[in-house]
Design a protein around this ligand. Structure first.
Ligand SMILES: *Cc1c(COP(=O)(O)O)cnc(C)c1O
Ligand code: SF4
Length: 343
């Protein structure tokens, strides 16, 4: 569904007429941040008094287009469970920590994580259009700009000096939270670094706020003289609709290879039918499954964890039902390793 939000027209955030796409920044601001409002939209008001005080310390945030893909009246909806605060988040579970993957130990420069050979990862932005309850980000109150601060100066300097880096990964937060003008600053800087031949973007925005892939962004991506990979993040087939398909098509038209990473989440996608449907739906949108991550052991997320033996059994099951190219790699991130670790 493409929403020309009436709110966007009232505030006159751009010159578009009523039939044009709403501006993505306006849709970003229109996201639901109040639990009562979210439950009201879904006919689930009765759940309100079961939820934790103060959203268990991590704000609720969901774009309206994503809410529109949830099933009305279903408290077990797989999209809702990814965003709804739960009292289970208040439990202190041994082994579940604040910095689960040791990111703080691999900072190479402001906003740069350089752990793996050949590729450097930029924490381009600390913002996201959606707050996913299982995310490590719940414990990092990032500023709005990370590597992007000061025209990307420190990040680009690190990359310029290390000729072993041929792939730059924009991650976050969500790097597409940045304006296209900010991304242009980066591509101008990269033009002077010939050893970088590939740009990879890790983003959930084409799924949760597909309007972000607007004309200006598509043109920027298409004009980049680099190989382009966009790694989406979807966990369930229901996250896709025609607006997401359209965003994926635009990314492919701009020359990007599209991959997806998912997190294996108890109650959301931990059954063979859901994982099979996800792979099939990804492929229908022109996206190949890449990684299926075992949950990072982040405090407040233990209720989402799936045991390794169960995860392996699920992979065995979907392998018998899908072509090999639609079976994601089951991995876990372990601090200090030279790559993601196969489970
Ligand atoms: C996950 C990750 C990457 C990308 O790893 P791939 O296996 O190439 O997808 C790169 N840098 C860091 C710091 C990462 O955490
Ligand atoms: S970084 Fe990704 S998983 Fe975490 S809150 Fe943002 S969109 Fe969700």
């Amino acid at each position: 569904m493409i929403t020309a939000s009436p709110h966007a027209r009232i505030t006159g955030s751009d010159t578009a007429g009523p039939s044009a796409l709403a501006d993505w920044r306006q849709l970003w601001r229109d996201a639901v941040t109040d639990v009562g409002q979210l439950l009201g939209l879904l006919g689930l008001e009765h759940l309100h008094n079961l939820l934790p005080e103060g959203n268990a310390g991590f704000a609720l945030r969901v774009p309206r287009g994503f809410i529109a893909r949830m099933r009305h009246g279903d408290p077990r909806d797989p999209l809702l469970l990814q965003v709804l605060p739960s009292v289970a988040e208040l439990e202190q579970t041994p082994g579940f920590v604040i910095d689960a993957v040791g990111d703080m130990g691999s900072r190479a420069a402001q906003g740069v994580l350089h752990k793996y050979e050949g590729r450097a990862l930029l924490i381009a932005s600390g913002s996201c259009a959606i707050n996913c309850r299982y995310c490590f980000r719940r414990h990092f109150p990032y500023g709005d700009e990370m590597a992007a601060a000061g025209q990307w100066r420190h990040a680009l300097e690190h990359v310029r000096q290390d000729h072993s880096i041929n792939e730059l990964i924009l991650s976050g937060g969500d790097p597409l939270a940045l304006t296209t003008a900010k991304l242009k600053e980066l591509s101008q800087g990269l033009a002077e670094i010939p050893h970088v031949t590939r740009l990879r973007i890790h983003t959930r925005l084409p799924v949760v706020l597909p309007e972000r892939i607007d004309d200006a962004f598509q043109q920027w991506l298409a004009a980049l003289p680099l190989q382009k990979v966009v790694v989406l993040h979807a966990n369930h087939a229901n996250e896709f609709d025609a607006s997401v398909d359209a965003a994926c098509a635009r990314l492919r038209e701009a020359g990007a290879t599209l991959l997806n990473q998912s997190v294996l989440l108890r109650g959301v996608n931990d059954d063979a039918d859901a994982l099979t449907a996800l792979s099939e739906r990804l492929f229908a949108a022109g996206v190949l499954p890449y990684y299926l991550h075992q949950l990072d052991r982040v405090q407040g997320t233990a209720h989402f964890e799936v045991a390794d033996t169960d995860a392996q059994a699920l992979l065995d099951a979907i392998r018998t039902r899908l072509p090999g190219y639609l079976v994601p790699k089951l991995v876990r991130e372990v601090g200090g390793d030279a790559s993601k670790r196969p489970v």
